[in-house]
Design a protein around this ligand. Structure first.
Ligand code: PGA
Length: 253
């Protein structure tokens, strides 16, 4: 089953106008040089940069995504951004359930499910994040935690066309620590089984499952070569053009 590899950058709360635009222009220029890359590139800047990054990406095969959204279309939700607004700005994707949202904003699986469904309704594709903490891993609960997160935060209407899953062990995010390739493959294969149970085998076999957590040019090849790893969600290394592009190149793109 051919699944198109996705190389996604999550800029998090980084970038002012000048450096954000420079980063987007740098990525766009490098991707243009690659001609027709076989992988799909995506950048997810903070809300404040979406419009200018979209302009900077013009003509390049790089998709635009946001890092979160509300579940309502509009209304009295001070400080929130709706998926309809993101679509209106030209976003194709939105990330939901990132562990930093789950931890810093107490987001539940139920809320993430609602946000994801609202994003589909607005015509966006969703990257739904899951992953265990170090304590959960040490307690041998990785698969159990990921299963619960998938069952609770992935809508029944999710398909391979509207959803990408990102497995990001919380303890590997921004720490330079990573699971072994074998551990990653084991979790991804288990996640695919759970997806098959929830959404049917057809969807599960076609759905992309990204690995995230300290992905760097040096480890990209190893992770991206794994049979059930269909790309990477990259934080720190997506803030440097050379590193972001080197991750794709080192993986053979
Ligand atoms: P990292 O972040 O690459 O800096 O570890 C990944 C993520 O949180 O998406």
């Amino acid at each position: 089953m051919a699944r198109k590899i996705m190389i996604a950058g999550n800029w998090k709360m980084n970038g002012l106008l000048e450096d954000g635009v420079a980063l987007a222009k740098g990525v766009a220029a490098e991707v243009k040089k690659m001609g027709k890359p076989e992988c799909e590139f995506l950048v997810c800047p903070p809300f404040t940069l979406l419009t200018s990054v979209k302009k900077a990406l013009r003509g390049a095969k790089v998709a635009l995504g946001a890092q979160d959204c509300h579940f309502a279309e509009k209304g009295a939700h001070t400080g929130d951004i709706s998926p309809v607004m993101l679509k209106d700005l030209g976003c194709q994707y939105v990330i939901t359930g990132h562990s930093e949202r789950r931890a810093d904003h107490g987001e539940s699986n139920e809320l993430i499910c609602k946000k994801s469904q609202a994003a589909y309704n607005a015509g966006l594709k969703v990257i739904i994040c899951i992953g265990e903490t170090l304590a959960e891993r040490d307690a041998g609960k990785t698969i159990e935690v990921c299963t619960k997160q998938i069952m609770g935060s992935v809508p029944e209407t999710a398909t391979a066309a509207n959803t990408v899953i990102a497995y990001e062990p919380v303890w590997a995010i921004g720490t330079g620590k990573t699971p072994t390739a074998q551990d990653v493959e084991e979790v991804h294969a288990a996640v695919r089984k759970v997806l098959a149970k929830k959404l049917g085998k057809g969807n599960a076999n076609k759905m992309r499952i990204l690995y995230g957590g300290s992905v760097k040019p040096a480890n990209a090849k190893e992770f991206l070569a794994l049979p059930d790893v269909d790309g990477a969600l990259i934080g720190g290394a997506s803030l440097k053009v050379e590193d972001f592009i080197a991750i794709a190149k080192n993986a053979g793109f």
